[in-house]
Design a protein around this ligand. Structure first.
Ligand code: OGA
Ligand code: MN
Length: 297
């Protein structure tokens, strides 16, 4: 089998066939996948059973340094023994479904708000990769919104108005508006970060919005004024024409570019059914010259 990247019917996303990620080391194929990420922003792979160590190793081969300062890491010790393998599940350390009022559930349920991973850190997340281990018998999808298409669809006056604006992102903020409070000590470990509202992607030159539920306010602007701009842009960027909705199967592996997309989990009965995914996220560090050259070739 050879690598095949088939665009999905939505504005973003493609399905990749013909490779096994657990054994993939060939630099040319990895470069083709990175080019596929640049074009499609979300890549979907079916039938990729991965052990935890294999998932971690693939993520590093694909894009370098892993993100481990997650909000989940601040709340609980990682049950897999590695903070770089984020537990995206409704299951606790004892392997049982979390009780409704458990702090971990109260915080991670906010993944149902549109966001981009680790925007409250510097460097933020670049690629996130979810491996589906246990999928409930009911729909429990993830939606992705294309922030490049959303930027392109803005009128010129809006593009000019947001040019150069900087945004403060904080997970304490996105959780607080949901009624979840981190302790003072936890907040110390989650201080937030500033990022541009519109950015240019280095390899493609495409413009993109950088929004998230974590986006608290626009720097040097009255807070309500900035928040209204962020809300309007989010509303615009999450219209149906910008969205791909992923319906999970066991052993799916999905990679998305946090610089050019937002995503959110859709609700399901998480007090009744298990859903277990594992995430690896890379840091948005400058790419080594060699890998940039390979991708550009
Ligand atoms: C994540 C996330 C959404 C979901 O893993 O970062 O937001 O559907 N997941 O679980
Ligand atoms: Mn997320």
């Amino acid at each position: 089998m050879t690598l095949h990247i088939q665009k999905l019917p939505s504005v973003l996303g493609a399905e990749v066939t013909g490779i096994s990620l657990r054994t993939l080391t060939d630099p040319d194929t990895l470069a083709q996948l990175r080019a596929g990420m640049d074009e499609h922003a979300v890549l979907v792979f079916r039938d990729q059973p991965l052990e935890n160590e294999e998932q971690l190793a693939f993520a590093e081969r694909f894009d370098g340094t892993l993100h481990s300062k997650t909000s989940v890491a601040v709340l609980a010790k990682n049950r897999f023994g590695n903070e770089a393998l984020t537990d995206i599940s409704n299951v606790g350390a004892d392997g049982q479904i979390l009780p409704a009022d458990h702090r971990l559930r109260m915080s991670t349920i906010s993944n149902r708000l549109w966001h981009t991973d680790a925007s409250f850190e510097n460097p933020p997340g670049r690629y996130s990769m979810l491996s589906a281990r246990v999928v409930p018998p009911v729909r429990a999808d993830t939606e992705f919104a294309d922030m490049r298409a959303a930027y392109d669809a803005l009128d010129d006056a809006t593009k000019a108005a947001i040019e150069g604006l900087q945004v403060f992102h904080s997970i304490a903020y996105s959780r607080q508006i949901m009624g979840f409070e981190f302790s003072e000590e936890e907040k110390q470990r989650l201080k937030g970060a500033v990022h541009p509202l519109a950015r240019t992607l280095p390899r493609t030159g495409r413009r993109s919005l950088y929004l998230a539920s974590h986006a608290s306010h626009i720097v040097d602007m009255a807070v309500p004024e900035g928040r209204l701009i962020l809300r309007d842009l989010s509303e615009h960027a999450t219209q149906p024409q910008f969205i791909y909705r992923h319906e999970w199967r066991v052993h799916d592996f999905v990679i998305w570019d946090n610089r050019t997309t937002m995503h959110r989990a859709r609700p399901f009965d998480d007090k009744k059914y298990r859903r277990e995914l594992r995430r690896t996220t890379t840091l948005d560090l400058p790419l080594p010259a060699t890998s940039t050259a390979t991708v550009a070739a």
